[in-house]
Design a protein around this ligand. Structure first.
Ligand code: ADP
Ligand code: AMP
Length: 221
């Protein structure tokens, strides 16, 4: 059965980390709007240039751009066959409504929204210690989640890493503020639909994953 999932959580809550583990064990395809924007910026596409103006300030990219990108991806055949897990989308109520309409119009629905809950004070520290493999995109943390062998990616063996520009302290604060403001209405929207699952994200990465598995396995049964 194809599962359609939203992974929610403030920046740094662990969505990408958990998505990588889910992808290794389930069929759902990972769609990260942040990754799509970063690729577009790297390739200097017109959309990338537009998005960068917002991302550099820690602001949200306008809904009409973001909704369009997600709609294009969700309408591809591999997504229908395998299901999806959205990471970083929706980020506000308008996006949630646009997603609902898109899914209803194509005879689909969300099976679950998993909210990875972490106190914002913890997130400031986490984000400033995040680093990413240049080759495969695997995410690490200098404090809580370093590579097994120092300086070598666990997944692809690359020795090149980078820090995201928007993880620098001056942008992190605004990103968190912007997202905190949008988060509550979104949580209420999904709570009312009885598809919201809250998971404590301030636990060991494997423990968070165990709790996510419980939710996913219950959906499949
Ligand atoms: P998001 O995709 O939600 O922005 P990430 O998955 O990139 O978050 O995780 C943010 C940072 O926190 C990364 O450096 C990651 O290695 C680390 N991290 C993820 N989950 C945990 C956790 N449960 N405990 C401690 N650090 C974590
Ligand atoms: P992320 O990788 O999810 O932390 O996203 C990085 C940045 O991309 C955000 O700070 C926003 O500027 C932009 N972004 C990602 N997803 C969205 C979204 N759903 N709506 C608007 N902007 C987004």
């Amino acid at each position: 059965m194809a599962i359609n999932l939203v992974l929610m959580g403030l920046p740094g809550a662990g969505k990408g980390t958990q998505a990588q583990k889910i992808e290794a064990n389930y069929s759902m395809l990972h769609i990260s709007t942040g990754d799509i924007f970063r690729n577009a910026i790297q390739n200097q596409t017109e959309m990338g240039k537009q998005a960068q103006k917002y991302i550099d300030k820690g602001e949200l990219v306008p809904d009409e751009v973001t909704d369009g990108i997600v709609a294009d991806r969700l309408n591809q055949k591999d997504i229908y066959n395998n299901g999806f897990m959205l990471d970083g989308y929706p980020r506000n109520l308008e996006q949630a409504k646009a997603l609902q309409k898109l899914l209803t119009d194509t005879n689909r629905h969300l099976d679950a929204v998993i909210n990875i809950d972490v106190d914002p004070d913890i997130l400031v520290k986490r984000l400033s210690a995040r680093y990413i493999c240049k080759k495969c995109g695997a995410t690490y943390n200098k404090i809580s989640n370093p590579t097994k062998k120092a300086g070598v990616c666990d997944f692809c063996g690359s020795e090149e890493f980078y820090q995201r520009d928007d993880d620098k302290p001056e942008t992190v604060k605004n990103r968190l503020d912007v997202n905190i403001k949008m988060n509550t209405p979104l949580i209420d929207f999904y709570k009312e639909q009885n598809i919201l699952y809250n998971i404590n994200g301030d636990q060991d990465i494997d423990q968070v994953f165990k709790e996510i598995i419980q939710v996913l396995d219950n959906l499949s049964n």
